[in-house]
Design a binder for this molecule. Structure first.
Ligand SMILES: [Fe+2]
Length: 241
């Protein structure tokens, strides 16, 4: 499997605190059948995690990659950001101050949990108009989705792809996120399931259980699409239908 959403880069956000925790996370991921991860520290959050690409990001990424290899953990890592959507998002993406997933045309985008749908749609439409295909991180966790059953389809209609969190499918983020994530799977509107892992203790990068849940809710083929096929296409920057 390929995990497209993981806070494993140490010291950048509320994810891994240090390289030892990151290595434990990498081991857990490998033990669950993950062979590649895109590191996605929070970024562009006003008055919070900014994390625009800089030397520290590049050096830390290289160090983590080298340590994973040194410890013989069978995981490849690739660069990325989880980008908090603001009105002026496109310029920092174009100038590569904010990274798309593995330098593809797929930015991973998150919103405020209570942001209104009009504001979300407007920001996403700007990215689509620039030729990008935004991947909406955990749509099942947003209030505007919980309040409006057609919101996931609207996000797809705009031209986005949807990434569900493992934790939502395991009922770790409340009843709304649990119910919406199941509905999105059953209606085949999801494009990815990822860990959104923050530590080796809770919200871990172990994905085998998420794969099993999708198999139970839908099918093995769909679990493969969400955790193998589509994430591989992101790594190769191939088109996803
Ligand atoms: Fe995240």
């Amino acid at each position: 499997m390929v995990d497209i959403h993981c806070h494993i880069l140490p010291g950048f956000d509320d994810g891994s605190d240090n390289i030892e925790e990151s290595l434990r996370m990498a081991r857990i991921a490998a033990g669950g059948g993950t062979k590649a991860m895109i590191v996605t520290p929070h970024s562009n959050i006003p008055n919070s995690y900014q994390n625009y690409l800089d030397k520290l990001y590049v050096d830390t990424f290289k160090e983590l990659k080298a340590k994973i290899k040194e410890h013989n953990i069978p995981i490849d890592i690739y660069p990325g950001h989880e980008i908090f959507a603001t009105d002026d998002l496109i310029e920092p993406i174009k100038r590569k101050r904010l990274l798309t997933l593995c330098n593809s045309d797929y930015p991973l985008v998150e919103f405020g949990f209570k942001e209104r749908s009009e504001s979300v749609y407007k920001k996403l439409q700007i990215l689509v108009a620039e030729g990008l295909t935004p991947i909406v991180a955990h749509p099942e966790r947003y209030a505007f989705v919980a309040e409006n059953g057609s919101a996931p389809l609207m996000l797809k209609k705009i031209g986005c792809l949807l990434q569900l969190n493992k934790g939502s499918l395991k009922n770790k983020f409340g009843e709304n996120a649990y119910a919406v994530s199941q509905a999105i799977i059953r209606h085949e509107i999801a494009d990815f399931v990822a860990s959104d892992a923050h530590s080796p203790y809770m919200r871990t990068p172990y994905l085998a259980d998420a794969y099993e849940i999708v198999c139970e809710l839908h099918s093995v083929q769909y679990a493969d699409l969400l955790l193998n096929v589509n994430p591989e296409k992101v790594l190769k920057n191939e088109k996803i239908k």
